[in-house]
Design a protein around this ligand. Structure first.
Ligand SMILES: [Ca+2]
Ligand SMILES: [Ca+2]
Length: 305
């Protein structure tokens, strides 16, 4: 698993320290599984080192789909129900297809598919996907609930489920997100993301997992090509530094939204010297005789150092 976003690492490491699952009341209350997304690369998007999707609207066509994988990290391995509810706030990024259980299409799955029931529904009005993996109904009625049996060592060795998000070809430059619904937002009693764990005594506890979100940033130009001339070079780095100077002097930003998105190459919501340095570094790399790589690939090696 090399796609865990950087900000998840601390939580995941902290959880790794508390295995195996402890059934004492205090520890069981503290324990929380994690759900997170990862997006599959394709020719219409780039993926930044932190997992954010970057879209240059010039690469879009009439039909633009992004495959989003949903993972669960449950170190206690004690889930008997896993129910992600996923929402996209903006209809320009539409969750208009049903989710796919990898096991149903012959792909690997974290849980043994013969041991769970899977359902999913789409709520088109609110752009919400409701999904659930749960022990068979007969077991629930008889009170004989079993944990979902694993197919491999970790619950996030494989995606739990995936879905396609459709990006409208006329999407505006800006920042978007797909996220796990953890509280009712659209109406009372809206279903939210939950997992149910079963302890060694057969007691079930239903909790809201820790979640991340999938950021999608959209610009009308390439990442780093701030002046939109098709090149990533010193002119762009200079423009970033000038904007940084403006913002530092508490002047109004001069960049339009698409420019600002393309200038924030490390996606930390700041346009500053770090971005300028990355642009200059990439320009220097391209000016050398080294093999051509995309800016995002360069950023990945740059941030790994
Ligand atoms: Ca440029
Ligand atoms: Ca930045």
């Amino acid at each position: 698993m090399n796609k865990i976003p950087v900000f998840m690492t601390a939580a995941v490491l902290a959880m790794s320290a508390v295995t195996p699952f402890c059934t004492s009341a205090e520890s069981a209350e503290d324990y929380v599984p994690v759900m997170y997304f990862s997006v599959e690369d394709n020719d219409k998007i780039s993926i930044l080192p932190n997992g954010t999707v970057y879209i240059n609207t010039n690469d879009l066509t009439e039909e633009n789909k992004i495959r989003v994988n949903v993972y669960i990290r449950d170190d206690s391995k004690s889930c008997w129900t896993v129910a992600p509810k996923v929402k996209s706030l903006d209809m320009c990024i539409k969750l208009n297809e049903e989710a796919i259980d990898p096991a149903e299409v012959g792909e690997n799955s974290p849980y043994d598919s013969s041991e769970y029931g899977f359902y999913n529904t789409i709520d088109e009005e609110y752009n919400v996907l409701n999904m659930s993996f749960t022990a068979p109904m007969s077991d629930m009625l008889s009170g004989n609930i079993k944990r979902l049996p694993l197919t491999s060592d970790a619950t996030d060795d494989y995606p739990l489920v995936y879905f396609n998000a459709s990006v409208a070809s006329d999407v505006s430059s800006g920042k978007y997100r797909i996220y796990f619904l953890t509280e009712s937002e659209d109406y009372d009693d809206q279903r939210t993301t939950q997992v149910s764990l079963l302890d060694d005594e057969g007691n079930s506890v239903t909790i809201t997992p820790e979640v991340n979100e999938q950021k999608i940033v959209v610009s009308d130009r390439m990442l780093g090509d701030v002046n939109n001339d098709g090149l990533i070079d010193t002119v762009d780095a200079t423009a970033v530094l000038m904007e940084y100077a403006r913002l530092s002097a508490e002047k109004e930003p001069s960049f339009e939204t698409g420019q600002a998105v393309s200038a924030d190459v490390n996606d930390d919501n700041l346009v500053d010297t770090v971005d300028a340095a990355a642009i200059l570094g990439y320009y220097a790399y391209l000016s050398s005789d080294k093999e051509y790589i995309e800016f995002t690939e360069y950023l990945a090696s740059y941030s790994a150092q």
